[in-house]
Design a protein around this ligand. Structure first.
Ligand code: ADP
Ligand code: MG
Length: 524
């Protein structure tokens, strides 16, 4: 393992790193720091999220820039305002006593403030493409003399549609600069940018996720789309200290899942592109302080976030490709701590999972969801632990008085049971959990369904079968065990057909008409 000392950094920087508590360079830092420090070629640096890419370009650029320059010396482009702030902060903390002014310039911040600091003179501008372009057009920022241009999180700038802005910005810079392009992935369009705009360059790459993936326990569960939420609750409930990110594909899914979690009493919140920056920052601060322990997010919203030591990353929906799988799960198991990566797949997604598994060169093993009784047992243990802790801290005397009074008339075990019931009226209630259909990929599974009408509503087996046939194109022989009771009915379908039927009901509001849901345990 290389040390910071062997990379050619100055004594001053080494001292700063020591103070910051960085013990050794990360793999991407080992590669890019000497290359930027000693060489003069352009550089492409590729390593997954959370591998210290900021310092990988920041340290050598800070070392090489002279003090007391009269013009902007370096421009660092980042995809979001938050990243601009984060990168500027990181660089400010790395520069030590060196007199370089490093300022973030981003959209929705007061123009006046920015103009003032631009006038005073900035050495390193860390900015988002839109606002930088604004300043270029107004003539309030000049980039013709910069010696470094850094494109940070280049793939993300592409994803967010900034690539044309980035091109325009590059074209307004002088020819005497070095370009450093950092990215977690290298899509074709990014390589095109490199080809078109960079001088001779070296590609310095750290293989995807080898480290984090090996430290992360990866499992998948087969669940129907309609059962995912229930499955998520079970996973959270069985853990002692759940602290995790839940990834959904769309903003709408993120909102839905987060809202359901909040309704069910969890400390959760949502993070996606439509959430205002100030709210985003508040949510993140809460999450970091663990006032929230569940954050539901889209890939874009979660990228580049500096969050550590997650116990869980949950792929509520499958990631697009192996690379984003590796990114997502790379957020757990950092700093040598093992984490858990859990992926939900619907029966139809089995092949996509295999594709991801092959691409990520990893092993994701199948597991069964925790059973309701296991969760209840785990919750009981949590309660017992918690109460023991309180006993050890000594109860307050006013409670002791009450306790004595209560003891005069009751047996201890009756008393404690009553108190537990009082404190946890619903916590250990099995009915909080909905039965989950076993979504087995071998297609043999069946699902028992609950129908909200019965004999009294005029429902007959034939009517029900016809109704289901009409709703879901299911042939009659697949419909089994029709049971019509007075007020409600049951029917069994193969899980795939049940899934289709249930999805069609999910989109409708529960009204007075016939409604079908999954049957709960004990009711059939
Ligand atoms: P990336 O840009 O690759 O996603 P960052 O530069 O944001 O990663 O770094 C992720 C976190 O790791 C930051 O909190 C940063 O301070 C920390 N970090 C960076 N380099 C080191 C190092 N050599 N040792 C310890 N922590 C580091
Ligand atoms: Mg970064």
């Amino acid at each position: 393992m290389e040390s910071f000392e062997s990379l050619g950094l100055s004594e001053i920087t080494l001292k700063v790193l020591k103070e910051k508590g960085y013990e050794e360079p990360t793999p991407i830092q080992q590669k890019t720091i000497p290359a930027i420090l000693k060489g003069n070629k352009d550089i492409i640096g590729q390593a997954q999220t959370g591998t210290g890419k900021t310092a990988a370009f920041g340290l050598p650029v800070l070392e090489r820039l002279p003090e007391k320059s009269k013009n902007v010396q370096a421009l660092i482009l980042t995809p979001t305002r938050e990243l601009a702030i984060q990168v500027a902060e990181e660089l400010n903390s790395l520069k030590g006593k060196k007199r370089l002014s490093i300022v973030p310039i981003y959209g929705r911040q007061s123009m006046e403030l920015q103009l003032r600091s631009l006038k005073k003179g900035i050495d390193i501008v860390v900015g988002t493409p839109g606002r930088i372009l604004d300043h270029l057009k107004r003539g309030t920022l000049k980039l013709d003399k910069i010696s470094y241009l850094v494109l940070d999180e280049a793939d993300e700038m592409l994803n967010m549609g900034f690539i044309d802005d980035v091109r325009e910005i590059i074209e307004s810079t002088g020819n005497e600069k070095r370009t450093l392009l950092f990215s977690a992935t290298m899509p074709f369009e990014i390589l095109q940018i490199a080809k078109n705009y960079m001088h001779e360059y070296d590609v310095l790459k750290v293989n995807n996720g080898q480290l984090t993936v090996s430290q992360t326990d990866q499992i998948y569960f087969e669940v129907f789309e309609a059962d995912k939420f229930e499955a998520l609750c079970r996973i959270i409930d069985i853990e002692k200290d759940f602290y995790g990110l839940v990834f959904c594909r769309t903003k709408i899914d993120v909102d839905t899942v987060a809202n359901h979690l909040i309704e069910r009493g969890y400390d959760a919140d949502a993070l996606h592109g439509d959430i205002s920056q100030s709210l985003r920052e508040k949510i993140l601060a809460k999450f970091k302080k663990r006032q929230l322990n569940i954050l539901v997010a889209t890939d874009v919203a979660a990228r580049g976030l500096d969050i550590h030591n997650l116990s869980h990353v949950i792929n509520y929906s499958l990631p697009q490709d192996p690379e984003s799988y590796v990114h997502r799960i790379g957020r757990t198991g950092r700093a040598g701590k093992g984490g858990n990566a859990i992926t939900f797949i619907t029966p139809e997604e089995y092949r996509k999972l295999q594709f991801i598994q092959r691409g990520a060169k990893t092993d994701i093993r199948r597991e069964k969801l925790p059973k309701i009784e296991d969760i209840i047992r785990s919750k009981k243990l949590k309660i017992i632990d918690h109460i023991n802790e309180i006993v050890n801290l000594n109860a307050q005397s006013c409670y002791l008085e009450m306790s004595k009074e209560l003891m005069e008339h009751n047996k201890p075990e009756d008393l404690i049971s009553a108190l537990l019931q009082y404190s946890f009226p619903d916590e250990l209630n099995e009915k909080r959990y909905v039965e989950i259909g076993d979504a087995v990929v071998d297609k043999k599974g069946k699902t028992r369904l609950f129908v909200t009408q019965g004999k009294l509503d005029g429902l007959t087996p034939r009517k029900l079968v016809n109704y289901i046939k009409e709703k879901s194109n299911i042939t009659a022989e697949k419909i089994r065990d029709v049971q019509i009771l007075d007020k409600y009915s049951f029917v069994t379908l193969p899980f795939r057909e049940a899934e289709i039927l249930l999805t069609s009901f999910k989109r409708r509001k529960k009204g007075s008409g016939l409604f079908i849901t999954k049957a709960k345990k004990g009711r059939t």
